[in-house]
Design a protein around this ligand. Sequence first.
Ligand code: SAH
Ligand code: SF4
Length: 349
Amino acid sequence: MTVTENQPSPNLLGLDRAEMERLAEELGEPRYRGRQLFSGLYSHWDLNVDAMTDLSRRFRGGVLSQRQPAAPAIQEKHDSCDGSARYVLRFADGKAAESVYMPDGNRTTLCISSQVGCAVDCKFCFTALMGLQRNLTTGEILGQIYALAHDQGLGPRQRVNVVFMGMGEPLLNFAAVMKAFRIMSDPQGMGIPWRRITISTSGVIPGIEQLAREQLRPKLAISLNASSAGQRASLMPLSRRYPLDQLMASCRTYPLRGRERLTFEYVMIDGINDSGEDAIAVARLLRGMRAKVNLIPLNPGEELPFRPSSSNRVLAFQHVLARERVPAFIRISRGQDVRAACGQLLVRR
Ligand code: SAH
Ligand code: SF4
């Protein structure tokens, strides 16, 4: 059996500037041709290499003989009555992940996946039920934006936010996620400013520390979801490996730029983490930090043993945080009717 048979050609999408310069050299062209290819591919959010007429036909042909730019195929699209849409996107090997389109006035948020499934096993999350199938590559991460932008008619001139809040734990696929981030935020690349890109983590401390050392990095959100170490360990088993006190310590030393704040997400689960005492404990954890809290009532489902907190409980929790001078926002998840909401992403086999 030859391994090359039926293998998809390697993806052009996902190569960074240096790799494109090298590709140009391999094809006998000067390095700056690689830079032109880089901005041609990324700055228009368009995969059509043949439309890059500033590149010679010979060079374009050479590039395409080695690598084809590919975005994932739209396998399913579910339009929500609130205007958002959930996509199931299929990659070249047949695996699928989900991305969500959320328009909001003159800006749009794209929620993308970093892995197929997730290994972290949070007890309130649907994606956890899939287990981890594999990491996504840089090209597959960027390809989600290309697929949604193409389908929704979005381009580089629109105000687009990208959040790594789909499937998977982005800091457990660090290299591919950061490479995608650098291409997205590069002004000659996709041109999305770092302030509009957010990585959400369940609290992988080594990843947070690695991110802190990066020159260029997106904004960071931490999924806190509990008010004490014991509560967190029972909801998020990863918290046994990366304990709450150590997580808060690395958040305290995390470098913030200008008016940047850390975001803490708090999924509100009826009778589990939503009491007044929980709110006071959360305020204590965050005391003195430049932080804000997003309260997300749990998105329920038959597969989960939990119910969402009532809106009274959510409001009371927000009130306590406000009294303790912790800014807190209630985030009603979009797309619940099409299972596009936070933690509802699950591709059944
Ligand atoms: N793995 C990363 C990013 C993806 S999860 C993380 O955990 O941060 C994105 C957000 O959805 C997280 O804040 C998570 O706490 C939240 N979430 C998970 N399951 C949920 C559910 N059933 N209802 C509401 N939010 C949920
Ligand atoms: Fe993974 Fe995030 Fe879901 Fe936890 S909440 S299982 S880290 S996707």
